[in-house]
Ligand binder design. Sequence first.
Ligand SMILES: *Cc1c(COP(=O)(O)O)cnc(C)c1O
Length: 379
Amino acid sequence: MRLHLPSIDHEELEEIREVLASGYLTQGAKTQELEQALAKLTGKEFAFGMSSCTTALHLSLVALGIGPGDEVLVADFTFPATANVVVQQGATPVLVDIDLDTFTMDPDNLRARITGRSKAIIPVHAFGCSADMDPIVQVAEEHGLAIIEDAACAIGATYKGRPCGSIGDLGCFSFHPRKVITTGEGGAIVTDRPELAERIQILRNHGGVRTGYWYQYEAAGFNYRLSDVLGALGVAQMRKLASLNAQKRTLAKQLRELVSEIPGVRPPMDPPWGDHIYQSFVILLDEGLDRDRVVKELRNRDIEATLGTYAVHAQPFYQREYGYATGDLPRSAGAFSRSVALPFYAQMTDEDLEFVAAALKIVMQGAWKWRQRLSTRAG
Ligand SMILES: *Cc1c(COP(=O)(O)O)cnc(C)c1O
């Protein structure tokens, strides 16, 4: 059973066919339509299609003017791109520990890591679960910091009724195939701030400003555009977003019930502050169990499980460059070593869910036995 399957059908093909027939393949009308749909969904004034969420996060930092000497506070339990873009700007990523119930940035740890050089905060809405934004916004306001929401996995998720990605100064989304909706590769930025929007618009397209028939180059910009072929995919995918998310919330409830009685397994839950959309269904194993072996045994049973995501501070680059040691951020380190992402996507049937849960139950029985054997040997 695959870890993830995007929901693609004839609608995407029809949208792409129009673009191919038009002969105009780079960013154009379809990407604009996708941007309008994203602006509407998030209630933001400006939306920009981007080549990925990584380039969206990077351009957000550039638009904010973040560079050498600046510190950016980044949730540690995330795909490393969230922190890599800070390094790319010559700024220093300051990694912040998480809360284990939601896998999102711990506001108290955030507060403890603020310095005079702090410039921005990047909270991550992990696996489709909103971070606790109110206390994060409060810290940002107290210290005059910008907020870039990494909503790569959270299109359509909410925090106290507000869409994820719409709360900070900038919100970034991903359309990678493992995310909520996909364009193959792609991403987007939303914002309400006109001066940031203007910079993003110009820098996304080489730094050019149109003057009559051609451009004048006002900055040394990037090519971070989203092709209209991919924009067309996004238009069709956006139409399905609400139903995909609703379906997955129902499936998540079912799968949670199936696995919640298994000893040593803590399934994901809705946070007290909003709707989790379960981009991934990530369980946390009890301490002392061999997670890697659980994943391997699941794979032996044709279930493509994997780890939840990465603890950035435990990656060789961050240890070498910034002196982190694994465990410096203990809850993120725990999530990195104890989380398992189970196969989860909208087309899963009741039988699929039962197959996954039954296999997990058997594998977990084994996990407790290995632990016993290990502790007997150690004792
Ligand atoms: C996938 C992901 C990214 C990177 O997205 P791309 O579109 O693949 O560049 C960034 N942050 C998080 C939390 C992600 O899950």
